[in-house]
Each structure stands twice: as structure tokens, then as C-alpha cells.
Design a protein around this ligand. Structure first.
Ligand code: BGC
Length: 507
């Protein structure tokens, strides 16, 4: 699309911008409410650029010194993989919703052996179990968390016979994907800065999660050696670069949002070239690659509320969260919150007598009853008379929608998802402009990126608006969002392999 066409699109009203077919004309009162919501939720290209400018500054500040708003965490991952990493590893992934344990075998460039490689040409094989994290764990204690994790590790090891194959003297190498902000003095050390994604487990913030996990594993006699603690964004970048050399960034658009990229050491002012940790983390012979993967933790962007277009609903979500004032950017754009924003808007309209009259809105009053997939299903509903959306609302909220209300929920789901996708483009745009990156692949993972079919298109369009691309039909964009390989499993195993190689060992 040409720049002028873009400008027309930006100035057009929501009615012209909407990608949805209309069902019914709305009553005038609802119509004007929708106009108001559109004004509050639409982020123009001009505003996106303003957000990106401040974003760049905050990314830079985080590289200057510790303790700034966006922490720009140093990860001790010094290079992208060669593609030839090999070995067998256990990986543990503590995500926002699940705990996943995998046995990953990396084949490197070896011609895959048809007996152990599930699909020809695949450079790894993987066996995994996913365990749903019980809700109460998220607000429990360190003791409960690590006991639960050690239980699952132990179950996995015995179910796969790995407890017989490995011993305490010859342990299985373990990689841990811990997707929360952490300060690392080494790759096998990670002090939790603050919980995000609604977690509130006592006794972990300010502590080294690697040490806590190690202690529990030792108490259980598990034959495992913790080699690395990584963030999911770094895992996504590394796993994708294992196959795709054009990978420039690993990004998660899921329950939370964040990204990682390779920075040159000289840009990281807070890390002195004579820092002894650099020497001990570099390859044998004390040489560094001159690079470092940075886990931005940019969900914290604009905690000062200087530029983000926050609505009263966003403020409500923040105030009711376990860590008010933190993760401001994430609270406007990540999967954990999109459904909650939607619920709060509907509840506000209901309380003002504009929708759902004479129906019991008890379920709508319960926080977090609506998740992101609810929004995407409403937006994608092409069933006759939107029967599917009506059915979903009946099941989730316990009442039927009138025609005008179906129309309203569809528009609202769209407004919230579009705002989220457009803001998500700002983080990546800030990294690219700061680093002078003009081409490459952004390896993206997470429920919003994968399960919301319109997300990638909306994200790409916003990125083009920010970077002033002259997009032409059929031409590939210079910066493309791709589907990341499995970062928390395969990516974590690759990082463990790179670390063992650096230490002169093989798994
Ligand atoms: C966490 C990050 C993580 C992101 C995506 C955020 O809440 O702080 O560490 O990368 O979610 O999972």
C-alpha cells in the first residue's frame, strides 16, 4: 500500500477501517458509545511513532545502567547457534499457564536417522509432557512451587527411564526456561526481579531461581545438572536461528509480551569490557564474540505512563493486579489482559444500562472470565447470524445477546485486538530503529501470535506505518514476522549445548 493510501486509511473512521461485516444497525446510544470506544482504542500512525521514540530511549537507558525501567537483561548467550549443536538434554519450561518437560535430542547437521527423527530433515527429536499449573500455585510459596516442579521432573524422568540412564555422577544436562525478568551473573544463575503475568509466589523475588531449583533437585536425588536458565524470547531467537539464519529477533506475543535480540557488547555501557564475568562466560581462551543476547523485558515499557494511550479500563486492570504500576505495556497488549479489557468495557456498558438489560451479569463481574481466544473466535465468526458467538456468550456469560449486542461485541473485540497488535509492533520497531536493523525475520511465538489469525497481518501493517514502508502488493516486507521454532524446548536445549561446548564438554 502506498504511503498516501495509508494516510487515508489512518484518517478514516472506524466504520471504514473495520474488517468486520455489520450485522445490525446499532441503536443511537450504543452507536455513540462505540464511537467513543473507537477514539479511545484506535492508535494512529502518528501516535505509534511517538510511542516508538520513547521506547527507543527506554531501551537505551536500560543498556546504560542497572535499575532502569526496561531492564535490558544480560543473558550470557554470546552467539547465535552454528546449527551443528548436538546432544540430548532435558528442558523445563515454567510458562504462564503450563509446566512443560521435554527430552530434546539435537542432531545438528547430521543426516537424520529415520528411526529417531520424526520427520526427514528435522534437526531434533523431542518427547514431552505438559502439566497444567494448578491455579493456587501462582499465589503460593517458593516451597510449593519448587516441590511441584521437582515432582513433575521426577515423574518425567521415571516415565522415560531416564532415572536409570543417568546418575548423580553422570547427570543429564538440564535447561530451564524461566520466562520472567531475572538478573543473571552467569548463564546458570537468575535472580528474579519481579513476578509478571499475574504470578505472586512468595519467597522467590530477589532470590536465585537456579539455586532454589538445584536445592530441590538435590533433595530428591534427581540425576540432573542445571546448565542454563533462559528467557522464552532468547529461546525463540536461538531455536529459530538454528534453522533460519535471517532471524534477528525472538519475540513472544502470548500471555505476556517481550523480545530479545543480539546486541554488540560495545552498546552495553552497563557491562564494562573488563568485567570478570565476561571472561568466564566467553569461549575457551577468553575470547568473546563481541555479542550478547539481550532479554529486553519490555513489557515494563512506560511504567511512568508518559506516552501509552491508556484508557480507564487499562487503569482498572493495573490497579487490581498483584503488581500495580508494573508491566504497563504488557497490560495493554498481551494475551492475559485482552479478554479482561473486553470484560471491563462490557461490564461498564451494562452497569450504565446500555446493554444486557434485565439479564443477570453475575458471571461478567468475575475477573478474568473471558480469555483472548474468546475475542478471536468472536471476530472470526462467520456462522449464519453469528450463531457461534451467541452460543459462546451463552456458555461463558450465561445469557443471550440481542442483535445489536452481537454487533457491539464483534466491534469491541476488533478494537481491542487491533490496538494490541499495533502496540506490539512498537517494541520490535524500537529495537530495529535503535540497532539500525532494516531486514530480517522476527521469530514470534505465543498464543496471540499463533492463535489470533489476524494478529500477524495487523502487526505487519503497523510496523510498515511506523517505518514508513512503501508496501506494494505481492512484495515481501523487509522485516517479516515468522513463526518461531520451539524456543522453550529446542531453543533451551541448543543454548545448553552451546554452553557445554564452551566448557569443553559434550552431552
Ligand atoms: C515476562 C517475560 C516473558 C514474557 C513472555 C513477560 O511477562 O516478564 O520474561 O518473556 O512475559 O512470556
Amino acid at each position: 500500500m502506498s504511503l498516501s493510501a495509508h494516510l487515508v486509511a489512518q484518517d478514516s473512521s472506524w466504520r471504514q477501517r473495520s474488517e468486520l461485516a455489520a450485522l445490525a444497525d446499532l441503536p443511537p446510544q450504543l452507536d455513540s458509545e462505540l464511537e467513543r470506544l473507537d477514539k479511545e482504542f484506535w492508535v494512529s500512525a502518528e501516535k505509534l511513532k511517538e510511542v516508538v521514540n520513547r521506547f527507543r530511549e527506554e531501551l537505551d537507558e536500560g543498556l546504560q545502567e542497572n535499575g532502569r525501567n526496561i531492564p535490558m537483561n544480560i543473558t550470557w548467550v554470546h552467539s547465535l547457534p552454528s546449527g551443528n549443536e548436538r546432544g540430548t538434554f532435558l528442558t523445563l519450561d515454567l510458562g504462564g499457564t503450563n509446566l512443560r518437560v521435554c527430552k530434546v535430542t539435537l542432531h545438528g547437521q547430521e543426516p537424520p536417522n529415520p528411526t529417531n527423527s520424526p520427520s526427514p530433515g528435522q534437526k531434533f527429536s523431542l518427547e514431552q509432557e505438559q502439566y497444567k499449573l494448578p491455579d493456587h500455585i501462582k499465589s503460593s510459596t517458593a516451597e510449593e512451587l519448587w516441590t511441584h516442579i521437582a515432582d513433575k521432573l521426577s515423574t518425567f524422568l521415571s516415565s522415560k527411564g531416564l532415572d536409570k540412564e543417568y546418575t548423580k555422577e553422570k547427570p543429564m544436562p538440564l535447561g530451564f526456561t524461566f520466562s520472567y525478568p531475572a538478573t543473571q551473573d552467569a548463564i546458570n544463575h537468575a535472580v528474579l526481579q519481579t513476578w509478571t503475568k499475574g504470578f505472586d509466589i512468595k519467597g522467590v523475588e530477589g532470590h536465585d531461581v537456579a539455586a532454589q531449583l538445584r536445592e530441590k533437585m538435590a533433595a530428591r536425588n534427581l540425576p540432573l545438572e542445571l546448565i542454563c536458565v533462559i528467557n522464552d524470547t532468547v529461546g525463540a531467537m536461538i531455536a529459530s536461528a538454528y534453522n533460519d539464519p535471517e532471524t534477528i529477533i525472538g519475540a513472544i506475543f502470548g500471555t505476556g509480551c517481550n523480545a530479545a535480540y543480539m546486541s554488540s557488547l560495545s552498546s552495553i555501557a552497563k557491562l564494562s569490557p573488563s568485567d570478570p564475568r565476561l571472561k568466564s562466560s566467553s569461549s575457551s581462551g577468553g575470547k568473546t564474540t563481541g555479542k550478547m543476547a539481550i532479554n529486553c523485558e519490555y513489557g515494563a515499557f512506560d511504567n511512568a505512563h508518559a506516552v501509552l494511550p491508556r484508557t480507564a479500563y487499562d487503569a482498572q486492570i493495573d490497579a487490581a493486579s498483584p503488581r500495580p504500576g508494573e508491566q504497563s505495556f504488557e497490560k495493554l497488549s498481551a494475551g492475559l489482559y485482552l479478554g479482561e479489557i473486553f470484560r471491563l468495557v462490557l461490564l461498564d456498558l451494562a452497569d450504565r444500562g446500555l446493554v444486557f438489560k434485565d439479564r443477570d451479569v453475575g458471571r461478567l463481574r468475575q475477573p478474568y472470565t473471558i480469555d483472548t481466544s474468546f475475542l478471536s473466535q468472536i471476530e472470526d465468526d462467520e456462522s449464519a447470524g453469528f450463531a457461534q458467538s451467541r452460543q459462546m456468550c451463552r456458555e461463558t456469560l450465561g445469557f443471550d445477546l440481542a442483535d445489536g449486542e452481537v454487533e457491539l461485541t464483534r466491534r469491541l473485540a476488533e478494537l481491542i485486538a487491533v490496538r494490541g497488535a499495533r502496540l506490539c509492533a512498537c517494541g520490535v520497531a524500537a529495537i530495529c530503529t535503535k540497532e539500525g536493523i532494516t531486514r530480517g525475520h522476527v521469530a514470534a511465538d505465543g498464543s496471540v501470535a499463533n492463535k489470533h489469525p489476524k494478529f500477524k497481518r495487523r502487526w505487519a501493517r503497523a510496523l510498515g506505518e511506523i517505518l514508513d514502508w512503501d508496501r506494494r502488493e505481492g512484495e515481501e516486507d523487509p522485516i517479516v514476522i515468522t513463526s518461531a521454532e520451539d524456543g522453550s524446548g529446542v531453543g533451551c536445549a541448543i543454548i545448553a549445548a552451546m554452553e557445554m561446548e564452551r566448557r569443553g564438554r559434550r552431552a
